[in-house]
Design a binder for this molecule. Structure first.
Ligand code: PGA
Length: 252
């Protein structure tokens, strides 16, 4: 399957920094690439990406993504951004259920599943994040937790589940420099693949990304695992040479 490398800029960037980063990325991506590449930018910069694409044709090699979406279509939801708005600005992907949203904004499994659903209905691919905390891993609960998180999304989305992207991001590995070993990550990815297989005949086309301190040095060994179909990259997506190295590793 074609791999997917997704950059999650989180709440970083500025007009000037984004332009420099996107120019460097667009100029550095090899034209004969198999891997899909997306950058998930803070909402105010979606328009900047679109405007830049007018003058920088190489930017068409990079898809645009958002970092969150409202579970509501429109209306009195101050501060929220709707799926139709993201679509209008050219988003092909949206991250839902990132652990930072689960942790700091109280997002539940059910809410994350609803966000995935509204994204799919708008024609946007949700990148559904799941993952266990350190305490859960140490208590031997990793499988139970990730299966519960994915089950909610399967339950709400039915046969459309084959259209999502899953990102397994162990919370203890995010932004900590502590990565899951390729074997640890693969073991969880295999569990998730089996769960998807039980839910859809098309489980083999669901990309399961790994995220959590993936970087230029460890990407190749993670991406070589049979059920790791790409990466969701935080810190390293803000440095063009590192992000390009990860894309090259996915392409190899
Ligand atoms: P990190 O973040 O690569 O900085 O660990 C990954 C993520 O949170 O998506």
């Amino acid at each position: 399957m074609k791999k997917l490398i997704a950059g999650n800029w989180k709440m970083n960037g500025s007009l000037a920094a984004n332009q420099a980063l996107l120019q460097e990325l667009a100029g550095g991506l090899p034209p004969q690439r198999r891997t899909d590449v997306v950058v998930c930018v803070p909402a105010p910069y979606l328009a900047q990406f679109r405007a830049l694409a007018q003058t920088l044709p190489e930017l068409s090699a990079i898809d645009l993504g958002a970092q969150d979406v409202s579970p509501h279509a429109s209306g009195a939801y101050t501060g929220e951004v709707g799926a139709a708005m993201l679509k209008e600005f050219g988003c092909r992907y949206v991250i839902v259920g990132h652990s930072e949203r689960r942790q700091y904004h109280g997002e539940t499994d059910a809410l994350v599943a609803d966000k995935a659903k509204i994204a799919l209905a708008a024609g946007i691919t949700p990148i559904v994040c799941i993952g266990e905390t350190l305490a859960e891993r140490e208590a031997g609960r990793t499988e139970e937790v990730v299966k519960r998180q994915l089950a909610a999304v399967i339950h709400t989305n039915g046969h459309c589940i084959s259209e999502i992207v899953v990102a397994y991001e162990p919370v203890w590995a995010i932004g900590t420099g502590k990565t899951a070993t390729p074997e640890e990550a693969q073991a969880v990815h295999a569990v998730l693949r089996a769960q998807l297989k039980a839910a859809t005949d098309h489980a083999d086309r669901v990309k399961i990304l790994y995220g959590g301190s993936m970087n230029a040095a460890n990407a190749a060994s993670l991406l070589a695992q049979p059920d790791i179909d790409g990466g969701l990259i935080g810190g390293a997506s803000l440095k063009a040479p590192d992000f390009l190295t990860i894309v090259a590793a996915a392409d190899a």
